[in-house]
Every structure is written in C-alpha cells, then in structure tokens.
Design a binder for this molecule. Structure first.
Ligand code: ADP
Length: 323
C-alpha cells in the first residue's frame, strides 16, 4: 500500500476497501502496479470534456499530447486502443450549435458530421508519429451475438497484428435505445474485456474518484485506491455537469465493475494532462485505481483457446496466448 498516497490531501492514504479487507490483502496494490507496468494491451478512453473546448471545438493541444502518449506506448510494443467520445460535440460546433439537440435524428446526424472531423484529426496526428489509426464503431448488439462478438474480437486482434491503433466509438449514427451502450465509459470497459486488456484508463475532467462530487463540495477527498465498488461509493457519485457529455462518475463506476469482474484494473485520471497515461504505465500513483477484487471469472479469460477463428484469425483466448 505504501506506493499509493493521496498527494492532494497532505499525503494521507485514503483507501476504499468496500468491506473487502481480506481480499484487499490478497490483491496487493504493489502487485497490481507491477502488472500495470508490464501491461501488454491498454485501452484508453477520453471524455468529451477532455478533447473538446466548452464550445465543442477540438482541443488540439490536448489531442496532440494524447496521440503522442499513445504513440509512445505503441513504440514500446504495447497494443493500444483509444475509445473516444466527442463526435456529437464536434458535430454541434461544425454546425454552429451551442447546445446538443434533443431529437435522435439530429443527434445521429451531428454524430455523423463530428465523427469524420474527429477521425480526420486523430488520423493526421497519428500519421505524424508513424502510427496507423483505424476506426471501429460498435453497438451493443455486437457483444450480444456470439458470432458478431467473435468477428469484432478477430478484427481487433488483426489490427494489433498490423500494428494499428484502433479508435473506437459507439456507432451513434445507427444506435437506438435497444442497441446502444449509452455512454463510452461502459463501451470502453466492454472493449477492454473484448481485447483482454491488462488495463483500462479513463481520462476525465477530474483527478479521480472523490468521496463526494468535488464540483459541489470543496472539501471532497480523492480516493486513490478502490477495492470493489460499494453502494456507498455509488451514492457518492452523480451524473455529469458537462452539456455535451454523457456519463459522469456513475457510468465510470459501472465500467470499473465490468473491468474488475474480469480481472482488469481500471484507473480514472485527469485528461488535462494526457501524459498521465505514461505516468500510470510507469507505476506512479495517479488518480484512482480500481483493483480487481479477486472474484473475477478466471475461466472466461481462457475461453475459446483451442479454436482458430475464420481467416486465420485467433479466437479471443488464443489472442491472449499469442501475446
Ligand atoms: P468525462 O466526460 O470527462 O468522462 P464526466 O462529466 O462524464 O466526465 O464525469 C466526471 C464528472 O463526474 C466530474 O466532473 C464531476 O462533476 C462528476 N462527479 C460526480 N460525483 C463525483 C465524485 N464522487 N468524484 C468525482 N467526480 C464526480
């Protein structure tokens, strides 16, 4: 535990054990930090508020730093996936709208406009660092149907084999209530599970999880380590204040639950400094780390190992073996 210190609170160590003190002992933070340092596959999610200005235009300085940090991870031979929000916000700004419209067709049309712009910027910047960006747009039905899920997994793994950096977003232009993830925190956790990631990093507009919403409570304290998301922790969180974004801490906790139940650690850190990604991978105490509580289904990580997928691709489990 010695590595995890809350710099913002006079060095005090604040840990949410979630009533899991025995398991907390079994999953030592130092082990997790070592696993993070050795991570082979990393999923990074950026929120709308991180990559866009208040008026919805792309924050080029932040996006440039983000691309640089991810390119550097790629140079270290890691598999990198970027899950990015912001399409609707960018679409709004392209159209000169100051507020996200209410109607579904309008939002979907703005996503179609914004997604092109967003990908254009990412693709150009990644090219400057010699990286090949690719785009994957997902809806929930992909993971609900085994064949489609396997296809998506094979595509991710082939892109890794090609050395490409997949950039993922919800396919907002076709998503309806029945098939939408609804927020990119959940989507990024699902992607982390699909690619058998070793780490999910959520870059947000806040330093991490606090014991209450710091936007409304100046005395709120950062929680550097969370073992298991409890009801108390969930009660301390509210939705987003950002007019273009969806989510807030509630969806980040949902993402943590998905990741942790699959044995994947998750970190929430501030996206104001995208180099936080490198600091986290260096094992530095940044933001809030959600430690898997040991209840994950170990069998699931190895599922499908004996089969080879179509077109010479590997099944989910085989991909792990290949790494
Ligand atoms: P992003 O778009 O960057 O993902 P969100 O707006 O979705 O950001 O989520 C972060 C916001 O969640 C914070 O800015 C804050 O207003 C809100 N929030 C609510 N409860 C908490 C909490 N307990 N700790 C930290 N942030 C909280």
């Amino acid at each position: 535990m010695g590595d995890v210190i809350d710099e913002k609170n006079d060095g005090a160590i604040i840990t949410e054990t979630g009533g899991m003190s025995d398991k907390a002992k079994s999953e030592d933070v130092k082990d997790i930090i070592q696993k993070i340092k050795n991570a082979k596959t990393v999923v990074v999610k950026v929120g709308t508020s991180t990559i866009t200005h208040h008026n919805g235009t792309i924050n080029l300085l932040i996006v440039e730093k983000l691309v640089r940090a991810l390119s550097d991870l790629k140079n270290e031979n890691k598999n990198v996936v970027l899950v990015t929000s912001g399409a609707i916000g960018v679409g709004c700004s392209r159209m000169g709208f100051t507020k996200k419209p209410e109607s579904l067709p309008e939002k979907q049309a703005l996503a179609a406009i914004g997604q092109v712009n967003l990908m254009h910027v990412y693709s150009r910047l990644f090219s400057e660092y010699g990286q090949i960006a690719s785009q994957i747009l997902l809806t929930k039905d992909v993971i609900e149907d085994e064949k489609r899920k396997l296809n998506a997994i094979n595509t991710f793994n082939t892109l890794f084999r090609y050395g490409s950096i997949p950039i993922v977003n919800e396919n907002d232009t076709v998503a309806t209530e029945e098939i939408e993830f609804g927020d990119n925190d959940t989507l990024s956790a699902v992607v982390a599970v699909l690619v058998k990631a070793d780490l999910l990093i959520l870059l947000s507009d806040i330093d991490g999880l606090y014991d209450k919403n710091p936007k409304h409570h100046p005395d709120a304290k950062l929680i550097p380590v969370v073992y298991g998301v409890t009801r108390q922790i969930e009660e301390n969180c509210q939705g987003t204040d950002n007019s273009f974004g969806t989510g807030g801490m509630v969806t980040k906790l949902a993402a943590a639950k998905i990741c942790n139940s699959h044995g994947i650690p998750m970190v929430i850190a501030n996206g104001d400094n995208p180099y936080n990604i490198c600091r986290i991978l260096n094992g530095e105490p940044v933001g809030t780390i959600f430690v898997p509580n040991g209840e994950e289904d170990k069998d699931e990580r190895g599922a499908g190992e004996s089969q080879k997928g179509e077109g010479g691709c590997y099944t989910a489990g085989q991909a792990i073996v290949q790494r």
